[in-house]
Design a protein around this ligand. Sequence first.
Ligand code: UD2
Ligand code: MN
Length: 582
Amino acid sequence: MVYMRQYLSRKSRTIRIIFGILLLVILMYLLSTYNKETNYTFDSPIAARLSHRERPKLVSGLGNFEPKQIDEVEGPGEGGKPYHLRQDQQNDADQSESEYGMNVACSDEISLDRTILDTRLSECKHWDYPENLPSTSVIIVFHNEGWSVLLRTVHSVINRSPPNILKEVLLVDDFSDKENLKGRLEGYIEQFNGKVRLIRNSQREGLIRTRSRGAKEAKGEVIVFLDAHCEVNTNWLPPLLAPIYRDRTVMTVPVIDGIDHKTFEYRPVYGEDRHFRGIFEWGMLYKENEVPQRELSTRKHNSEPYKSPTHAGGLFAINREYFLELGAYDPGLLVWGGENFELSFKIWQCGGSIEWVPCSRVGHVYRSFMPYNFGKLAQKKKGPLITINYKRVIETWFDDKYKEYFYTREPMARFLDMGDITDQLALKSRLKCKNFQWFMENVAYDVLDKYPELPPNIHFGEMRSVAVSKCLDTLGHAPPSLMAIQHCHGFGNNQLIRLNAKGQLGVGERCIEADAQGIKLAFCRMGTVDGPWLYDENTHTMLHRVHKKCIALHPQTSHLSLMPCDINNAYQQWIFKEIRPK
Ligand code: UD2
Ligand code: MN
């Protein structure tokens, strides 16, 4: 009995001690969260948006991740300044520009660890993010990139990412044939002690499939894709990861600054107070539009993330498993183009969202031209690959009404073979994805303001002169530029003229207009789909209703201009002929 009592009192003492310790732990925890709440200057976007129910997820507190200080360094291209080669290096510069579409000779002179301009809003330095952000694989796919440009991308990621969050940089070589990329790369990346990993395709797959492969092979919880000619800016990674930490179905996109392809100058893309987001026109050209008030007003601070209908393609972060659950990219999309829309529509329509993150900045070199061909994959296809990709995307994700706008803008696409999209449609119904009308009303509500619904075409094809049997042609010149007359080649392209039911005459997304100099290719007036033209099916003349004159070809000079209409003059007569893809 005594023994029993002793036992009980010992037991209750233990219980009291345990209880005391527990109380102390709870007290300390409360004290520490109290400190966390009061210590930071700004509401963190993540803390601010976490509801009370979600808050316990924030197990390890908040951190700011800003570098202590950034030293000023002198040297070529330091601080992101432009670097100009000496006169006697000009040959190398020209040679590398024609090989790579950028001045790799200039890049070669600049340190792989160079400093760049911090282009962020000053507010950005004050945000706090969860300390236990998801581990991240940065995936860089490349095909025949310049050595120093590719490796500066890698160095910038290593130098400017928190080491405990950056799981790896995964380089995926899409079958490059340049000797240095084939031979020296393995040796070079040894200095990163396994943090940089390299895998290679055994045949050319194109960037889209190569990215999907990278996603499968990556080890991080989140994957971030970068083009192979980028430099990430100060503290770029935590702000990209925080929204994904909050919600794994958010894809995040950094703001893309420009790196000059001739001088490697690092330049901020827009001024302090302006925010842009990704939209599209009906020919599926990617466009950026100032963020509408409806979206801006949902935020408290100017540097907070905002929602965007789509993205440029190259640079973004996404939860790896979520990306794979969405089927990665449609494997039927080949090489280049349209994959940005496919992923965007899929994410939004199937329950996820896209946010652009002003506090995450990454520089990208826009090349002067595309230095590679599309390889064997493209040769097997009939017709232009990019348009085929677009067709797959719109046939999967658009409603019928919107598909018509695409075919009005890209009439030849109707005749292209896009392959089988059964799997894509099955995924769409399995994930119970919403229709395109929902997307247009709730997400991409600014698209129709800029690119209204398109009236049907009355004619499309080549516009041939009855007098000389040659065709109206843009000569591939950028607007504003004079139109000309050329041998009819029957391939469309610069000779694919469209006339719509509201009198707009155009080539692709551009319009044909007339002024004192002649008949010109011009930018269409934003937000309009009409025009001044009236085609007479009987006399074959093209009347400008405002000037009350007709398009005429000069018999001697072949110059095109407006002249008083003369229905019997063959130099004012035009025949439309429909073109089919060859
Ligand atoms: C833009 C995107 C790009 C991609 C493309 C459409 C940005 C800044 N860039 O074109 O990421 O979405 O639109 O598809 O948004 N590459 C390969 N295999 C190939 C061709 C290219 O691995 O067959 C690599 C290339 O080395 C580069 C990346 O893919 O690292 C993107 O190619 P790009 O830079 O030529 O595309 P870009 O910036 O013109
Ligand atoms: Mn690029």
